[in-house]
Design a protein around this ligand. Structure first.
Ligand code: ARG
Length: 565
């Protein structure tokens, strides 16, 4: 069983010893006198008697020690976990402050599947880190600034009503429909009308100078996009709030200062009029060094400058000692250069960790990226598709459901399925968006977990009056009960692992094996028809704790657990 469980108090972030028999990989036969693991292991055994916890010890192979814990010890741990609101998972006393940058949609643009992944993964990491005791500050680094706004605002000012006429709300709602039309119309004008393009460029200058009418128009677009983003967040059920939306525009007033400091310290140098940071090991295809441009030769600032200002703010003002960025893997080089620049400038001291948590691409069933083939796939369409499939699955299982309840459950199942499919693949890999597979009741799906949870609740509801889940510690356990009990004990260690590796798929894999171990237990060990009251109560406790663990675990993934299916 995992060593890191305590009823209360702190679980250390690093476990010194794990009570698992793993081979000593560095051992090579005949390496040294001390390198006689079988004899050493035998001596360890001589000094460890069996007691209440250890039922049996045995040397095996080249120095493994197999430890068998007693049934009583397993039952005791289960009882303690079941009695604790945190299921016996401690929190980290040395927790720090993490700023996590995720979701990051762009104003006046449709969100795409890349933003979906960032939102889902970021949300799960926030939940896991917070559960370990970390102070987490969410930053939705929205793309709400840049030259494209000149074009949009100029068009809007010249055609104040045109966009309202005949606006049919599209699938992502009236706001996005309006903004999509605005984007297309102004882009077309910008590309075909040189005078308009000039006016649009002047508009950017006015925006940066804080010209009232221009800023008001920009704000209107931000607000309109917000309506759409919030609809997506509400549909997904994520933690992001308005206060977390600190977009690129927030850092705009700091950019001149960032550049001046970089130039003064010599971290950045002028090259063909632009202010650049060079790196020895980063070269373009032609072998020439590729710099990070922090100020363009026309005086404009870019994406990188904003990220540098954000680092200064997050470390200096927010007191972060860990910075996480949940962004598409294709931006790896950008973050490598930004972090290195910030280190050189002293804004990212050695005791602050900065990590780009990249992720792979979402593919269609044809194996092609969902974002790249022609028209971007609308996020809301993908979510609707999953909810539709879920509705069919739920209606089949529960034909008696009233339509409102069916809708509610279809949403939990469909959205849960999308999240689980995203989180259960290792973060950096691409995956195929296949709504049918996602909502399958058998397999590695969120739906399977939700179904397992609901089945457990149904058994608990059927328990006879006066029979309460209790671990009777003198009972002998069946192998399937032991296996389930030992797995339940791994929950705390799994969460710790997720928080250390930033890999939610480890929690998915754990929950999936837990549901599978429960199924085996349920097949071999009758609960409501158990041979005695003690056995029934003990098995009910196993059911209850499995349910609690599934619910808590899925909650950390942001996935709902309907009580009935
Ligand atoms: N808005 C950007 C995009 O859609 C992602 C921003 C990522 N975060 C950051 N701090 N650079 O590609």
């Amino acid at each position: 069983m995992g060593a890191a469980i305590s009823g209360s108090g702190a679980e250390p972030r690093k476990r010194a010893v794990r009570c698992q028999t793993v081979p000593n990989r560095s051992y090579e036969p005949g390496q040294a006198a001390a390198g006689q693991p079988p004899r050493l292991a035998a001596r360890v055994l001589e000094n460890l008697g069996s007691d209440r916890v250890i039922a049996n010890l045995e040397v095996s192979g080249p120095g493994f020690i197999n430890v068998t814990v007693t049934d009583a010890a397993i039952l005791e741990r289960l009882a303690a976990r079941a009695a604790d609101a945190r299921l016996g998972v401690g929190s980290n006393a040395e927790a720090g402050v993490t700023v996590i940058d995720y979701s990051q949609p762009n104003i006046a643009k449709e969100m795409h599947v890349g933003h979906l992944r960032s939102t889902i993964i970021g949300d799960a990491l926030v939940r896991a880190l917070e559960f370990t005791g970390e102070k987490v500050i969410r930053r939705n680094h929205r793309g709400d600034w840049g030259t494209q706004f000149g074009m949009l605002i100029q068009y809007l000012i010249e055609h104040p009503t045109e966009l309202d006429e005949g606006t049919e709300p599209d699938d992502s709602g009236p706001s996005m429909s309006r903004l999509n039309r605005l984007y297309k119309a102004s882009r077309a004008k910008f590309d075909s009308d040189a005078d308009f393009a000039d006016r649009a460029r002047r508009r950017v200058v006015e925006l940066q100078a804080g010209h009232a009418e221009t800023v008001a128009s920009w704000q209107g677009m931000v607000d309109e996009s917000k309506v759409y983003f919030e609809a997506v967040y509400a549909r997904l059920g994520v933690l992001l709030e308005d206060a977390d939306a600190v977009g690129e525009s927030y850092y705009n007033p700091m950019l001149a200062d960032v550049c001046a400091d970089l130039e003064a310290s010599g971290v950045a140098v002028r090259s063909d009029g632009a202010l650049c940071v060079f790196f020895e090991d980063i070269k373009g295809p032609n072998g020439e060094p590729t710099p990070l441009i922090v100020q363009k030769s026309d005086g404009g600032y870019g994406y990188a400058t904003t990220d540098l200002a954000a680092i200064r703010d997050r470390v200096g003002m927010l007191g972060a000692n860990q910075l996480l960025y949940v962004v598409d893997s294709r931006q790896a080089l950008h973050f490598q250069m930004v972090f290195e620049t910030a280190r050189r400038a002293g804004w990212l001291p050695d005791n602050v960790r900065a990590l780009h948590l990249g992720f792979g691409t979402v593919l269609g069933k044809d194996g092609k990226p969902k974002t790249r083939s022609g028209e971007t796939v609308r996020l809301m369409d993908l979510l609707d598709e999953a909810v539709d499939r879920a509705r069919t699955v739920v209606a089949e299982k529960s034909p008696q459901l009233a339509s409102e309840e069916l809708e509610d459950r279809a949403k939990q199942v469909g959205i849960g399925a999308v999240k689980y499919a995203d989180l259960s693949t290792s973060r950096t890999r691409d995956y195929i968006f296949d709504a049918d597979r996602m909502v399958s009741l058998n397999g590695d799906t969120g739906t399977y977990l939700q179904y397992a949870y609901a089945r457990i609740q149904s058994i608990l509801r059927k328990a006879p009056e006066g029979v309460t889940p209790t671990a009777h510690q003198d009972l002998a356990l069946e192998p399937a009960e032991r296996a389930l009990g030992l797995l339940l004990d791994e929950f705390g260690a799994t969460i710790e692992l997720v928080a250390e590796t930033f890999e939610p798929h480890r929690l998915c894999a754990y929950l999936h094996s837990l549901a599978a171990a429960y199924t085996t237990f349920y097949e071999h060990c009758p609960v409501l028809k158990a041979p005695s009251r003690e056995v029934m109560e003990t098995r009910l406790l196993l059911c209850q704790l499995t349910g609690q663990t599934l619910r808590q675990g899925m909650d950390l993934l942001g996935i709902g657990t309907p009580e009935r299916f």
